[in-house]
Design a binder for this molecule. Structure first.
Ligand SMILES: Nc1ncnc2c1ncn2[C@@H]1O[C@H](COP(=O)(O)OP(=O)(O)OP(=O)(O)O)[C@@H](O)[C@H]1O
Ligand SMILES: [Mg+2]
Length: 342
């Protein structure tokens, strides 16, 4: 309020007039009339001059700047005009506005930088992951064409290897496609009542041979016949497959993989637990990133793409829930997520 140019000019004008009149009062020739005229003249003239200086040179310029910022803000954030018109102390407000605006822009720039880094890394990863199976298959086929074809044993062995590489490539491309379709919203979760016990049983059946090969027992705890949740049955099956497959893959020889269901007020908490090698804390926050693997060499050699948990995360996001992980190196890992009860 004090920074209104009119009030400021009046206060300063009066101060100057009081000072001038007080000095004049010391002169022996001065009388009441002279002092009155001097007071009026100096207060009016200096008041008007100060008003013009303040208003034209400072306040109007500041208000112009302020208007520009407001226009930018309205375009950027859809702020209502009404809210912005209430100007009382333009200097203070300008300062506040500038600060908020610059902070917001800085945040946006940082976010863009982060996305750009992510995009670069993602492209590099995709190219690398695609290159590996393509080069392998290419190598086998060229060796066959260069003469190895004549040996029947070698021919079959190499063709099998080339086929295995191409199968891996097929899985990788399908996984990438699923991820990008989920991100663009092309894949919609078709939520319906699903019995998690049934889903888990099917996943166990499907992964039984893998578990057997490592002597791992697959256990489902709890007594309820039906664990009914609202979910997309196929996608939740994919989540359970990925989690149980990981638990087997990174589990101990002759270990255990346990699936538990905990009933809560509105949800079922689904828990997949193993007693395997665990994950060190520094990797925990990154395992849901695409292509992230703790032991790169080892998991690539057994045909892992590192997309499993990224897909799990996206599917669960599509169900408006999220996955959590807790792990202790050498003790085991626990993944859990909640789904709405039917
Ligand atoms: N139960 C687990 N125990 C220990 N480490 C795990 C476990 N689950 C995942 N990880 C670690 O997290 C990484 C990422 O897992 P993710 O399922 O995304 O990829 P992957 O299993 O390597 O490949 P994919 O699932 O695509 O075949 C794994 O490479 C592994 O290092
Ligand atoms: Mg996996």
């Amino acid at each position: 309020m004090l920074l209104n140019p009119r009030i400021l000019a009046t206060i300063l004008g009066c101060t100057i007039a009081i000072l001038t009149t007080s000095f004049l009062a010391f002169l022996p020739e001065s009388n009441a009339n002279v002092l009155f005229v001097a007071f009026m003249a100096s207060s009016v003239i200096s008041g008007i001059l100060i008003y013009f200086i303040l208003d034209y040179l400072i306040f109007q310029e500041i208000n112009k700047m302020y208007d520009t910022i407001n226009r930018l803000k309205m375009k950027d954030f859809g702020v209502s005009r009404k809210k912005l018109i209430r100007i009382n102390n333009p200097l203070k407000k300008l300062n506040d506005e500038l600060f908020v605006y610059v902070a917001k822009k800085e945040q946006e720039v940082n976010e863009l930088k982060r996305l750009e880094k992510f995009r670069r890394e993602f492209l590099a990863n995709v190219s690398h992951e695609l290159k590996t199976p393509i080069f392998a298959a290419q190598g086998f086929v060229h060796t066959l064409l260069d003469g190895a074809m004549d040996d029947e044993d070698v021919r079959e062995k190499f063709l099998n290897k080339a086929a295995k590489s191409l199968d891996g490539l097929d899985i990788l491309v399908k996984d990438l496609l699923t991820l990008s379709q989920m991100e663009t919203g092309e894949i919609k979760m078709n939520r319906e009542p699903v019995n998690m016990r049934q889903v888990t049983k099917e996943v166990f059946d499907q992964l039984e041979s893998k578990a057997k090969a490592k002597g791992i027992s697959l256990i489902m705890s709890g007594l309820q016949e039906k664990i009914l949740v609202k979910a997309d049955s196929q996608r939740i099956g994919q989540v359970m497959t990925n989690l149980v497959e990981n638990a087997i893959k990174y589990g101990n020889q002759d270990g255990k993989v346990l699936v538990q269901f905990e009933e809560e007020k509105k949800d079922w908490n689904v828990i997949v637990k193993d007693d395997g090698l665990g994950i060190a804390p520094e990797h925990l926050s990154r395992i849901f990133e695409r292509f992230y693997r703790v032991d790169k060499a080892r998991s690539r050699s057994d045909g892992s793409s590192g997309l499993g948990l990224a897909i799990v995360k996206h599917i669960l996001q599509g169900h408006k829930t999220k996955i959590t992980v807790a792990s202790q190196p050498e003790k085991g890992t626990t993944f859990s997520f909640k789904l709405d009860k039917v």
